[in-house]
Design a protein around this ligand. Structure first.
Ligand SMILES: Cc1cc2nc3c(=O)[nH]c(=O)nc-3n(C[C@H](O)[C@H](O)[C@H](O)COP(=O)(O)OP(=O)(O)OC[C@H]3O[C@@H](n4cnc5c(N)ncnc54)[C@H](O)[C@@H]3O)c2cc1C
Length: 286
């Protein structure tokens, strides 16, 4: 197996264009497990860790741009105020060792339905910035990035360069059900993001369908019926929970049953919206 080690982004794109079968490695917390267990044997590994710019995040034209090499630890330590939903999700990933190596881009590359970054990225309306040497940059909305179980919209010659997310315009929350509190893959998960300026609530469901997905009918319901100046109507909250559960399409597997996941998605949807709404009203009153 060849080991390719570009030191610039241009070199990385050239290497991927010349060797589309080369498997990118960022933190390696998915890739190395798969190689160790012989799940895959790529013709080459494309180590992106020497491309320094990927480890940076910045604000570009008012949008937070998270480089593909930014770790969960950095998200937790530096982005909690800007992207609270993603930071909450990052806090639940694996262990300190995994958070020190693992990246949001690696989560996107792996495209597991259980990846913890996906629900908050969907809820916040994130866009994935991908690039190839020959066709340049593509901006793919998170909602269009996940194509199937562990399948994403990347072409063989493309790499993820960054994820672009607007700084949270309102409260955001993430909730995850697991069999314990740490080192656990989600049985299912849920995120909400309030967009008060647009009178809109974004949602993201994790580990309860072949891909992470939004609960679109539930979002439409709130866009139509939510009174942004009043306490949450219990009937509306209940209907929101039902529509979020209806948007899921879970399976029975070793981590949980489909029936449990449907129930849990509804509970988490009601809970996270209630938390976010309480924050929203507190901010209005301040
Ligand atoms: C013990 C353990 C616990 C874990 N716990 C969790 C958890 O709680 N929640 C969770 O969501 N995940 C968990 N994971 C999975 C893993 O840590 C995450 O998916 C992490 O985000 C992967 O990031 P990485 O940088 O290590 O990716 P890598 O392993 O380097 O790559 C993962 C995939 O993304 C591709 N990729 C990486 N970078 C790029 C790029 N720039 N462009 C294109 N493709 C790219 C790779 O080719 C590969 O297919 C756990 C893993 C382990 C080993």
């Amino acid at each position: 197996m060849d080991f390719l080690r570009p030191t610039t982004w241009a070199e990385a794109l050239a290497a991927k264009a010349d060797r589309p079968g080369a498997l990118p490695v960022q933190g390696g917390t998915d890739v190395m497990v798969e190689i160790n267990f012989d799940v895959r044997r790529p013709e080459a590994l494309l180590d992106l860790n020497q491309v320094a710019e990927l480890r940076e995040w910045d604000m570009t034209d008012g949008v937070c741009r998270i480089g593909a090499g930014v770790t969960y630890t950095t998200v937790v330590n530096e982005l909690g105020g800007v992207l609270p939903g993603l930071a909450q999700a990052a806090r639940t990933v694996g262990s300190p060792q995994i958070r020190n190596r693992g990246t949001v881009a690696g989560n996107l590359g792996a495209a597991s339905p259980a990846g913890d970054s996906h629900p908050p990225l969907l809820a916040a309306g994130a866009v994935v910035e991908v690039e190839s040497r020959d066709r340049g940059t593509r901006l793919i909305p998170a909602g269009e990035f996940y194509l199937g179980v562990k399948r994403n919209a990347l072409e063989p010659d493309e790499l993820i360069r960054a994820v672009r997310v607007d700084p949270a315009p309102g409260p955001q929350y993430f909730s995850k059900v697991g069999t314990r509190n740490a080192m656990v893959i989600a049985v299912c998960s849920f995120a909400v993001a309030l967009h008060p300026g647009e009178r809109r609530v974004g949602t993201g469901i994790g580990s309860a369908a072949p891909t992470p997905r939004r609960a679109l009918e539930a979002e439409d319901l709130l866009a139509r019926e939510l009174d942004w100046t009043a306490p949450l109507d219990p009937a509306l909250l209940a209907r929101f929970g039902e529509l979020c559960a209806a948007a899921a399409a879970p399976i029975d597997d070793v981590r949980g049953t489909a029936a449990y996941r449907l129930h849990a998605v509804g509970v988490m949807a009601r809970r996270t919206l209630t938390w976010a709404w309480n924050d929203h009203l507190t901010r209005r009153a301040a």
